[in-house]
Ligand binder design. Structure first.
Ligand SMILES: NC(=O)C1=CN([C@@H]2O[C@H](COP(=O)(O)OP(=O)(O)OC[C@H]3O[C@@H](n4cnc5c(N)ncnc54)[C@H](O)[C@@H]3O)[C@@H](O)[C@H]2O)C=CC1
Ligand SMILES: O=C(O)C1=N[C@H](C(=O)O)C[C@H](O)C1
Length: 266
């Protein structure tokens, strides 16, 4: 697949800037427009010095997605705006590739139905890093043998949603193979609220936010006289970009929504 015309929403954010670099450095994707909160009509070339990127910024997503001739929307914004952009893109026949996390279950199911009705391929991936996808798959495998598990996710302190999309997706995958049950002592109490973390069917999720972190997760399994830790670290946001590129290419072959990069990895 060559020359896929791409709109990037959130081009000046931490992930958006990496996505622009990735698009600039390869030949299958070309940037045709951006959606941002401000800088109407300016280009990322003028604003951030991206060479050869003359595509202009729209501040109105509805106008951009209805007027610009594009194949794919890459959304790297915020939960509320990411949901709106994804819906508008599907309605306009533009295939969304969504990295934005924090959508509710209702929003995900609404988008899934809309994508099927319209036959518009859509990929929503809570984590585009190949290592993180493997970490989630290894965790699902391990949970068959170790049903007591806690997830610790650690992110930079500018992150809006907690727990992370990756932690939720990990818990969802583990749920497929683990029977719900309470973990820890049956009479345990929290003397400080939140001490035991969030609860998914008895599994615990703990979220840490600190400056200096990028994106990290440990899935710790406890057994009889042993523990197993599956751990992944994104130490730079370029770790997500091979997954974004792959998704932008593969979404062209889909006519439904898939949630998770594992569905398109060989
Ligand atoms: N799936 C994955 O592999 C990854 C997903 N993420 C997710 O991607 C999203 C973005 O993350 P970061 O780049 O770290 O955040 P960021 O805060 O650095 O960037 C978000 C950008 O969205 C823009 N924005 C806000 N409202 C907008 C609107 N209405 N229209 C257009 N743009 C708007 C902001 O101006 C900002 O530039 C988050 O939801 C995060 O959880 C982050 C890393 C990896
Ligand atoms: O906000 C981030 O940074 C990240 N968000 C995604 C998530 O919520 O899982 C992916 C990755 O962890 C980085």
């Amino acid at each position: 697949m060559s020359n896929i015309k791409v709109i990037v929403a959130g081009p000046r954010g931490k992930m958006g800037k990496e996505a622009l670099k990735m698009i600039h450095n390869q030949s299958t994707l070309s940037l045709v427009a951006c959606i941002d909160r401000k800088h109407e009509g300016q280009s990322v070339k003028e604003l951030d010095g991206f060479p050869d990127m003359d595509a202009v910024i729209y501040t109105d997503a509805a106008t951009c997605l209805s007027e610009v001739e594009a194949d794919v929307l890459i959304d790297l914004t915020t939960p509320e705006n990411g949901y709106k952009h994804t819906k508008l893109a599907i309605e306009n026949g533009i295939r969304p590739v969504v990295g934005t996390t924090g959508f509710s279950e209702d929003e995900l199911s609404e988008l899934t139905n809309l994508a099927s009705e319209r036959g518009v391929g859509t990929i929503i991936a809570p984590n585009f890093a190949i290592g993180a996808v493997l970490m989630m798959q290894f965790s699902k495998w391990a949970a068959k043998h170790f049903p007591d598990v806690e997830i610790i996710e650690k992110h930079h302190d500018q992150k809006l949603d907690a727990p992370s999309g990756t932690a939720l997706k990990t818990a969802e995958l583990i749920k497929e193979v683990r029977d719900p049950h309470k973990q820890g002592h049956e009479s345990e109490t929290e003397t400080l609220e939140g001490a035991r973390g969030a609860d998914v069917d008895g599994m615990k999720i703990h979220s840490m936010r600190l400056p200096g972190l990028v994106a990290h997760q440990e899935v710790i399994f406890g057994g009889h006289g042993e523990t197993l830790t599956v751990k992944h670290d994104s130490i730079h946001r370029e770790s997500f970009m091979s997954g974004v590129k792959l998704a932008a290419e593969r979404v062209m072959e889909l006519d439904v929504l898939v949630y998770g990069l594992e569905h398109i990895l060989d």
